[in-house]
Write a new protein. Sequence first.
Lengths: 829, 157
Amino acid sequence: MLISRKLPLAAALLTIMSIGASSIVSLQIGSSAVNEKIVEKLEAVVDGRRNQLETFLANLQQDLTATSQNNLMRIALEGFKYDWGFLGADASQELKRRYITENPFPAGERQKYDTAQKPDAAKVSSYDQTHERYNAQLREMANSRGWEDFYLVDMSGNVIYSVNKYDDYATNLRSDALKDTGIGQVFEGIVGADVTDRTVFSDYAPYAAIEGQPAAFMGHALNSQMGMVGVIIIRVPSGKIADIMSNTAGLGETGETILLNADGYLISDSIRTPENDMLTIRVDSDLLKDAHSSSVQVGDLEGYRNMESSVAMTGVKFDGADWTVAALIDKSEAGASMVMMRNAILGVALLLLLGAIAVSTWFSRSMTKPIEALVENMRRLAEGDTSIELAGEQRKDEIGEMVRSVAVFRNAAIEKVELEREADETRSQTERSRKDRETAKAEETAQMQQAVESLANGLQKLSQGDLTIRLDTPFIESLDRLRIDFNASVEKLNDTLSDVSENVLGINGDTGELRSAADDLSRRTEQQAASLEQTSAALEEITATVKNSSQRADEATSKVAEAKQSTDTSSKVVSQAISAMGRIEEASIEISKIINVIDEIAFQTNLLALNAGVEAARAGEAGKGFAVVAQEVRELAQRSATAAKDIKGLINKSGEEVKSGVTLVRETGDALGMIAEHVSAINDQINSIATAAREQSNGLTEINTAVSQMDQVTQQNAAMVEETTAVTHRLTSGAASLEALVRQFSLTGGSRPVSVSTRAAMPGPATTAAAPSPVARVKSTAGIVRASTPDSRPVQSPARNMLNTVARAFGAGKSNNSTAASQDDWEEF
Amino acid sequence: MQNTANNNVATSGYLEIISFHLGKQVFCVNIMSVREIRGWAPSTTLPHSPPHVLGVINLRGSVIPVIDMAIRLGLPAIKPTERSAIIVTNIAGKLVGLLVENVSDMITVKNADLQPAPDVLPAAERALTKAIIPVDEQMICYLDLDALFSTEDELAA
C-alpha cells in the first residue's frame, strides 16, 4: 500500500471515533436538562394561574360587598319593592310581558330597554318610571365590573329587577323551578341562614334560564338599620376566568391551562378546542386527589384531547368551591427540541469528518509528489543529461536536503565540460598577435621621414616673411605635436599683425574726428565769450533798475506814514463833530421846553380872554369896549400859540437833521478808520517790495561774480583747444610710420586699405587755420598750458592699445621693458 | 330864564354864542348861559353815575357836576387833554360843567341866520338842538341847554 493512501485513511478513522463519543454524551446530558426544564416551567405556570384566579375571586367578593353597602342599591330596591306592590297579583306575568315578550331588543340585549312606558300611554306605571331611573346606572355598573347579570331580590324571593332579563326575571326564587338552582341556593343561603356580613357562592352548574349553560352565582344581603331588606345576586363572569386560563404563554403550541371542579369537569372553556367544554369534558387522573391541597403535583396525563401530556396541578379553594388548576403540554412537543439537537450534532459531526479526510489527503499528497519528481531527475542525471531542472531546493525539510545533494552532482558535471573548451581558445590567440607587431614597425619609420621634410619647408617660407604658410598634412602621432605648434605660432603672428593694421586705420579715423571736434570747440568758445559780454552789460542795467525801484519804495513808505497821520487827525475831528452835534441836540430840547411854556401861557391867556368876553357879553352895552379888548387879547394869544407851534415844528426838524448829521459823521469816522487800516496794509506791502528789491540787488552782485568766473574759464578753454590741435598733428605722423612697418609682412585675410600717408598730410595746416580768433588774446596762457605736463594726454590711446597687443604677441620676457619705455614716450616705438 | 333869552334874541336881533369842538363837529351855546370857561382838571367820580356824568369838580369852594358833552350828545367819547376845556354854565340856577374838546370862538350872529333843525327826530331828542347856524363853511349846532338839563332831571328821576 502506498504512503499517499495510508495517511488519509488513518486520519479519517481517528476523527470518526472522537466525534461519535462526544456526540452521544452531549445528547444524553441535553435530554435530561430539557425534561427538567419542562417540569419547572409547568410548575411555575400552574402556580401563577392559581394566584391570578384567587386574586380575581377575592376582587369579585370585595366588589360585591362594596356594592351591597352602596345606598343607591338600597334605595333602588325599596323603589322596585314599592312599585311591585302596585302591579297586583299577577305582577310576575305583567313584568315578563312588558320587559321580555314586548321587549324590542332580542335576548342578550334586553338590558338596553330602559322603560316599557309608552310616551302616549294614558296610564303611567310607577315601576316603569323607577326602571327608567335606575336601569342605565345598574347596567353600567354590571358592564364595568364584568358581571354577567345582576339581580335585586326582595325578602320573599321575588326577582324584582334583573339587568339582562332572562327567564329568571320577575320570578320567585322559592318556586319549584328555581329552588334547586345555583341562584336559589344562594338566596336560601343568605335569607334562610340570615347571613348579612359575607358573600355566599354557588359553584358552576347548568342553569336553565340561559339554556343550560353553566353558571355560578354570588350574593350578598342588603342591610338597613332595621335589618336585612333584600339580596343582590350576580352571575359570576365566566369570560374573565376564561381570559385568565387562556393565557398560554411559555406552553408552546399544544400546552394550555385548564380549571377543573371537584368532580374533574372543566369549568373553563379550553382554547385548544373549538366547542364549549364547560362541564362536558372530564379529566380523570389520580393526581386530582392529591391536587386538592395547595402543593403542586406533577405527572403524566393520558386521554385528554387524545394525547399524552405532562401535567402540573394545584388546588384552588374558594367559599365552598373546590377547584383544581392544571397546566399541561404534549409530550411529543416537549421532546421536539431533543430531536432538533440530535440532528444538529449529527450534521456537525458529518461536516467535521469530511473536512478531516480532505485535509489529510492534501497533506499526504504534498509529501509524496516532490519525492516522485526527484527520483525521475536522479535517473536522468545518471544517464548523463545535465539540463535537468531541480524543484524544491528552497525547502527546509529532508526532501530539500535530498534535492540540494542531487544539484551538487549536476554542477560538477557541467564544470568539467567548460574547462576543456577554454584551453583550446588560448592557443590560437597567441599566434595572431605576433604577426601584427612586425607590420606596424615598418610603417612608423616611413612616416617620420615625411614629417621632417615638411617642417623644414614651412620654416623656410616663414623666414621669407610669408605668414600664409600652413602644414596641413598630419605627421605620425609622436611628431604631430610639432606640426600643430608650428601652425599655431604662424597663426598667432598673423592675427597680431592683422590687428596692428586694423588699429592703424582706427587711429587715422580718430585723428580726423579730433580735428573737427577741436574746430567746433573753438567756435563755441568764441560764441560763449560774446554771450558773456552781453550778459554782463544786461546785468548792469538790471542793477540800476533795481536800485531805482528800491528808492521809490522808500519814498512810498514815507508818503504812507504821512497819510496815516492825516487819517488819525481826521478821526479826532470826527469825534469832536459828533460831540458838537450832541450839544446842539441838548440845546434843541431846552428850546422845546421853553416853547411848551409859551404855548401853555398862550392857552391860559386865551381862556382868560374868553372869560373876559363872557363877562363883557353879560355886561351888555356897557361891556362892549371891554369885549373888543378881550377879542384883541384872544387873537394875540392865538398868534403866540401858532408861533410857538411853528417854532416847535422847526426845532423838531432841526433835531432830526442833527441826528442824521451825527450818523453821517459817525460813518465818516468808520470810513477813516478803514482808510487807516488800508494805509498800514499798503505800508507793509511797500516794505516787502523794498526788501525784495534789496535781495534782488544782492542776487545781481552774485551773478556778476559768476559771470566774471565764467569769462576766466572760457579763456582757459581756448588755450586747451590750441594744445589739442598740436597733439593731433603729431599723432598723424606717428600713425604713418607704423603703417610702413606693418606693410613689410604678407598677411592672410585679404588686402587692408593703407591710405595713411595721403590723409596724414592734411591735419597740420587745417588745425592752424581753424585756430579761433578770440583765443588770440589768451595765447600766452595757452603756451603755458601746452608745456605743463604729459598727464593731460589721453591715457588709453588706440596706438597704445595696439602696442600692448604686439608686446603680448612677442613673448612675456621682453614686454616689461618695452611697455615701461612706451609709457614714457610712445612716439619712440 | 328861557323866556329871558328868547326875549333877548327877539329884542336885540343879534345873538352871541360860544362855539366849541366835539370831534369834528362844531356846537355852540348862548353866551348868556355861560358863567366861566376853565382849563381841564381831573374830576372826582361819583358812584353809580350815568356814563356821561364824569364826576364833580371844586369851583372856588362850590361843588359842580361835569358832563361829557360828546357822550351826552351820542358821539364817541373824547379823551381829555391839557387843551380840553370845561364850560361852566348856569342852567336854571344850577352850575353845570360841560367837558368839550376845545373852545374855538366867540361869535355874534343874526337871529335871522338861525335855521330850524330838520323835523326828523323824536320830540325829546329834537328839543336838544334849538337851531343850525351856518357860519362860513361850518354848520354850528345851537344847543338848548335848558332842554338838556330838563332831560337830565327826567333821567335822574
